[in-house]
Write a protein that binds this ligand. Sequence first.
Ligand SMILES: [Zn+2]
Length: 226
Amino acid sequence: MVPGVRLVVLGKQGAGKGTQCVRLSRHYVVPHISTGDMLRSATRSGTDFGRLVAEYMHLGELVPDDVMIKVVEHRLDQHDTKNRGFILDGFPRTVFQAEALENLLNPGGLDLVLDLEVPTEVVLERLASRRVCSVCGTIFGIDNPARRGAICDHCGGELAQRDDDTEDSIRRRLELYASSTEPLISWYLERRKLAAVEGLGPAERVTSRLIRAIDNRRQRPPEYPD
Ligand SMILES: [Zn+2]
């Protein structure tokens, strides 16, 4: 086990990014910082900040850059991330956020930005088959189908498709992701920080590929490319 690493993981919805971040965070013993989870838990916290976030989400808008940067800055300032590192999931989303992150991390910067690649047709199928328990929130899909059809394995609750999980709206979300992430990917490429990793196949195989890419980079810093 090799502890300590500073990573960003990019990947479209349905690429298995959350699963891989959890596995990597165990391997490197660093916190998995999901800005999506942080925002969702903020909306339940009853604070002013939570109400602000809820408003943006309700309007279907992205939380503005300056707010996101403050949230991440606060989290990166905690003891665990300062000493050991982190895996960032959901941030940065824009070049502006990426620049802010570089400034926050100075000196040192990121070890690597991983782009988890899965073909659009594959994630479309995964997302369109997704069913969510209306009681406990467990998510079922192609990779983990519910054993009793439309009934939750854990609590017996009714399973339903999310309103925004229709093929059309999934396609729209994926296109939006691609267009907004392209500049970010080029930005990290230019800085020799990006590694694209094939995201197809069993989760443990994908994790091994990611670990290989990360450990390679840590042995050979980008200042000395071959
Ligand atoms: Zn349930």
